[in-house]
Design a protein around this ligand. Structure first.
Ligand code: PLP
Length: 407
């Protein structure tokens, strides 16, 4: 028999994507810490606070009472019912249980929603800066992401005329993310109404409304869902949300989609052939999250608001950095354009935001993620989901690093 050197190959579609840059940045921090370096980690896209105790108890009860089996692919009726009630209570949106799908995290729901709808040649409109996974999930599912650049001047929000220009007969999805990761932008009712006016003229476009940071919006800003101002778009909108951020439950992997029955059923069909269903124990915990005491959310919001105010005042006072006060989420998107061209103490010229990130890591021991990962440069995303002590130390180290640069 002929022996060849051919190895079993991997799929070509993998070449279209990168590993998630924020996860990669965090992995680098872990590696450096293992080498004994003292790194202040501002790369994290997750709450540093713990899952509330009553949710932990619900998971323990589920485990001990035999709630350890497969569930329906769309999720348990108890959880889907709790989500229906949550949507009425928090969002003033009315859904039926049959219009809800539970996935193993919000990312999983987005993946399946795209897999259930995208064909070769389809386009997905993604305003920049964006959460890192939207374009790569579109690419994995044979579509082309169409990036529309928002600007610092418009608060990083998509304008109606930009949307109109980006839509083509091939547009399949518009991705809206409010509050936004990484910019912290929160769309107002009137901004969403103006976008809805454009969408009405293009009935072939699905809308993904990613509202996973809804609970972290800082007054006077308010979270509004596009469906609050344009209920007529309900038949083509998928609301994406979950427990990861609002209830500090990233590791439990529970997200949900609320949308028209035919899309929900299609996602459920795919889930039945991929993960079967989300973890039964995590689903029981999520019921407690959505139905139980909601006061931990207010507590977390207050903490994040104090941290946001602190970090914004410290960073905006540093020569070379500028930043908007984010209205939502727990990130600051720092404009580092004034640092480009400056020279580090070991004679490197900072040419782009990746260089600035590398410099802060090397010289200040502060890890952040470059704006390049979010489709807009020269910026850096700093997560303020860290303790006050770390934020204080980090801001000081960043200040010293900036002062050490020469023109
Ligand atoms: N959407 C946005 C904007 C996010 O930042 C994230 C996580 O970082 C997700 C969705 C997915 O969250 P999860 O898969 O943990 O539910």
């Amino acid at each position: 028999m002929a022996i060849t050197n051919n190895k079993p190959s991997l799929a070509k579609r993998l070449d279209r994507i990168q590993p998630s840059p924020s996860i990669a940045a965090n992995a680098l921090v872990t590696e450096l810490k293992e080498q004994g370096r003292d790194i202040i980690n501002f790369t994290l896209g997750e709450p540093d606070l713990d899952t509330p105790a009553h949710i932990l108890q619900a998971a323990k009860d589920a485990m001990c009472s035999g709630d350890t089996h497969y569930t329906p692919s769309l999720g348990t009726t108890a959880l889907r019912q709790a989500i229906v009630e949550k949507l009425t209570r928090d969002n003033r949106l009315n859904y039926d249980v049959s219009e809800i799908v539970v996935g193993s995290g919000g990312k999983h729901v987005i993946y399946h929603a795209f897999a259930a709808t995208l064909n070769v040649g389809d386009e997905v409109i993604v305003p920049t800066p964006y959460w890192v996974s939207y374009p790569d999930i579109a690419l994995l599912n044979d579509a082309t992401p169409i990036f529309v650049e928002t600007s610092f001047a418009t608060g990083f929000k998509l304008l109606p005329e930009q949307l109109e220009e980006a839509i083509t007969p091939n547009t399949k999805w518009l991705v809206l993310n409010t509050p936004n990761n990484p910019s912290g932008a929160v769309y107002s009712s009137s901004e969403l109404s103006a976008l809805a006016d454009i969408l009405r003229r293009h009935p072939h476009v699905w809308v993904l409304s990613d509202e996973i940071y809804e609970h972290f919006v800082y007054a006077p800003a308010k979270h509004v869902s596009p469906l609050n101002v344009a209920p007529d778009l309900r038949d083509r909108t998928l609301i994406l949300n979950g427990v990861s951020k609002g209830y500090a439950m990233t590791g439990w992997r529970i997200g949900f989609g609320a949308g028209p029955r035919r899309l929900i059923a299609a996602i459920g069909k795919l889930i039945s052939q991929t993960t079967t269903c989300p973890s039964s124990i995590s689903q029981a915990a999520a019921v407690a999250a959505f139905s139980g005491d909601q006061s931990p959310i207010d507590h977390m919001r207050r903490i994040y608001q104090e941290r946001r105010d602190f970090v914004h005042s410290r960073l905006s006072a540093i020569e070379g950095l500028s930043c908007e006060m984010p209205d939502g989420a727990f990130y600051i998107y720092l404009d580092v354009s004034d640092l480009l061209g400056r020279v580090t103490p070991d004679q490197h010229v900072l040419k782009n935001d990746a260089d600035v990130v590398a410099y802060f890591l090397e010289s200040a021991g502060v890890a952040m993620v470059s704006g390049r990962a979010y489709g807009q440069s020269p910026f850096i995303r700093m997560s303020f989901a860290s303790s006050e002590t770390m934020l204080e130390r980090g801001c000081l180290a960043i200040k010293k690093a900036c002062q050490s640069l020469r023109f």
